[in-house]
Write a protein that binds this ligand. Structure first.
Ligand code: CAA
Length: 380
């Protein structure tokens, strides 16, 4: 077993860390307060190659391994999870989905602009009545011979407004249940698509989240991914990898809160000494450090399994479950360590706590991760 990162993995981590610490930090508070989309950062990060991590070089991507991807997301998330979630959905859902399951024409048409970041990807699975129960799709894609006619509503869509390439899941054959669901590549400016108001979120306020309405939207047949009825399995396969990204994001949120807490505890004095010398604080830091390392091992294992082409669905669910719980616990303790300062925006930890909460909800709630893990146990 080898725990050392390769030179390339270290370089990717350093590049992400450097960008986050030098640039994202400067305006993260303002973007959070005013819910401003990080357009400039998305462009800059794309120029560094971070939007082509799941795309092969022949389509303009950098095709890194999943460990590098997790390291990059962790570093970005230490400072700004809004940027990280845009990156995560774009890479491990939209780009990976087209790269892995698209046909040659689809890859040639869409991957180069996704790799360069000229087009940002979004993933449209959730609906008002289909969140955890993802196969209960009410959006329909009626088969009209040479095209599909799509009607319905998707919601909680990351990058709905700023993105331009949507992966849309919709029901074609309701009588077949999940086996009737199809997946399509849809360009945002297709006639009949309209976008709902910006969701005023508790955290990750700088990423854009909206509902998307489809009203008689004509999708050419060649935009369907895979065979007729492949859409639900496609979405599930993508989420197996996507959850590694969200677990890495949660790990970053936890690590960011931990690093700020150590710094604060070394500087802040109470009862005649720095508070890190008080066991009440020191033991909190010890728990944080231990739990973060435990989560890190699980994230890296899931990423490594995916890199080896081995099954990783259960491990990615475990990684997301543990890392997001560690993020929630660590950020809550970070606020506690900071005392009153932790409760104001300037010290960042209250924002990290708000960001942590979302990681326990999207790309499958913690309860859904337990369902996936327990079903795997029962199956043996
Ligand atoms: N890979 C391949 N196939 C899979 C699969 C996987 N990982 N998981 C399930 N399937 C297949 C099953 O084998 C089954 O096929 P058969 O009938 O042929 O055997 C079929 O799919 C149905 O599977 P289940 O019976 O397990 O389906 P279910 O209805 O019980 O649901 C679930 C399973 C895991 C709960 C699923 O609904 C789920 O993942 N829910 C959560 C949805 C989610 O994560 N949404 C995130 C939205 S995207 C987002 O958040 C992005 C963002 O913006 C940040």
């Amino acid at each position: 077993m080898n725990y050392a990162y390769t030179e390339e993995q270290q370089l990717i981590r350093e590049t992400a860390r450097d960008y986050a610490r030098r640039n994202l930090i400067k305006d993260v508070l303002e973007r959070d307060a005013k819910a401003i989309y990080p357009a400039k950062h998305v462009k800059n990060i794309a120029e560094l190659g971070f939007f082509g991590m799941m795309i092969k070089p022949e389509y303009g991507g950098v095709d890194t391994d999943n460990i590098s991807y997790a390291l990059a997301l962790e570093e970005i998330s230490k400072v700004d999870s809004s940027v990280a979630v845009i990156m995560a959905v774009h890479n491990s859902l939209t780009s990976y989905g087209i790269q892995t399951y698209g046909n040659d024409a689809q890859k040639e048409q869409y991957l180069p602009s996704l790799a360069s970041g000229e087009m940002i990807g979004a993933f449209l699975l959730s609906e008002p009545d289909a969140g955890s129960d993802a196969s209960f799709q009410k959006t329909t894609a009626a088969d009209k011979g040479d095209h599909y006619l799509v009607n319905g509503v998707k919601n909680w869509i990351t990058s709905a407004q700023s993105g331009s390439i949507y992966l849309v899941m919709a029901q074609t054959w309701p009588e077949k249940g999940h086996k009737g669901i199809n997946a399509f590549i849809v360009e945002k400016d297709t006639p009949g698509i309209s976008i709902g108001p910006h969701e005023d979120k508790m955290g990750m306020r700088s990423s854009d989240t909206h509902s998307v309405m489809f009203n008689d939207v004509m999708i050419p047949k060649e935009n369907r991914i895979g065979d007729d009825g492949f859409g639900f399995r496609f979405a599930m396969k993508l989420l197996e990898g996507g959850r590694i990204g969200i677990a890495a994001q949660a790990l970053g949120i936890a690590s960011g809160a931990y690093e700020l807490s150590v710094k604060y505890a070394r500087e802040r004095k109470a009862f005649g000494t720095e508070i890190i010398n008080h066991q009440a604080i020191a033991f909190k830091l010890a728990d944080m450090a231990t739990e973060i390392e435990t989560a890190r091992l699980m994230v890296l294992k899931a990423a490594w399994l995916k890199d080896q082409g081995k099954p990783h669905g259960t491990e990615s669910a475990m990684a997301k479950l543990i890392a997001t719980d560690v993020a929630m616990k660590t950020t809550t303790e970070a606020v506690q360590i900071h005392g009153g300062y932790g409760y104001v925006k300037e010290y960042h930890v209250e924002r990290l706590m708000r960001e942590a909460k979302l990681t326990q909800i999207y790309e499958g709630t913690s309860e859904i991760q337990k369902l996936i893990i327990s079903r795997a146990i029962a199956k043996g």
